[in-house]
Ligand binder design. Structure first.
Ligand code: MN
Length: 216
């Protein structure tokens, strides 16, 4: 088959302990999957279940590369999340990710009942650390994010409302979950702004850490 033009290959993520890299497909994100974060965003976790939104592959920021502060916002927020990486036979592994959010644009979208893309999708909107191969379900691990050495978010993945098997099942039913897809599983409380010059450090249990600086 001859294409009318060639497209460049998509982004890839390092695999811990390997020279091979993980090719990124769709990036699914779970909204309000920790009760304390749902409450801080003005929601009621007992009445509103979590939900999904999607970021395109170009949002990936890999290899602890510096983040460029995006345009059209003055309120860029961090949301540290456990990332599930899907392989050819179920879960391939896990990584530390951050669901970066232009909170002002997201707020505007909510107010006008519009889609969230402007708030959630931009270059570097999905930083992701190296993937640790592991096929079993990760039920318990501390999850933390620090800025310039100061802890801003701290929780445990055992606080997730939808657990990993349930998320995978729901995604498979609603969409087409494929090898290469990443799932950002939601964030605990403590989300807040990042500024140019900040050093961000994020961790989930013993997974390869994610750290980078924010530049203009
Ligand atoms: Mn999030």
């Amino acid at each position: 088959m001859e294409l009318v033009f060639e497209r460049p290959a998509g982004p890839t993520i390092a695999v811990a302990g390997s020279d091979r890299r993980f090719p990124v497909g769709s990036i699914y994100c779970v909204g309000r999957n920790y009760a304390d974060h749902a409450v801080e965003m003005g929601g009621d976790p007992d009445r509103e279940p979590p939900f999904f939104f999607v970021k395109p592959p170009f949002a990936i920021l890999a290899d602890n590369a510096p983040m460029t502060y995006p345009k059209f916002t003055s309120d860029l927020h961090h949301e540290v999340e456990l990332v599930v990486a899907m392989g050819e036979e179920g879960i391939f592994g896990y990584a530390v990710g951050i669901d970066m959010t232009r909170r002002d644009l997201q707020g505007e979208a909510k107010e006008k009942s519009r889609p969230w893309e402007a708030g959630k999708t931009f270059a570097h909107a999905a930083p992701c650390g190296a993937i640790q191969p592991e096929s079993s379900v990760l039920n318990e691990a501390g999850i933390q994010l620090s800025i310039n050495g100061e802890v801003r978010q701290s929780g445990n993945v055992n606080q997730m409302i939808w657990k990993i098997p349930e998320i995978i099942e729901r995604l498979s039913e609603l969409f087409v979950l494929a090898p290469g897809d990443l799932i950002y599983t939601g964030t605990p409380a403590g989300v807040g702004p990042v500024e140019v010059g900040d050093a961000i450090e994020a961790s989930v249990g013993g997974l390869p850490a994610l750290s980078f600086k924010v530049r203009s």
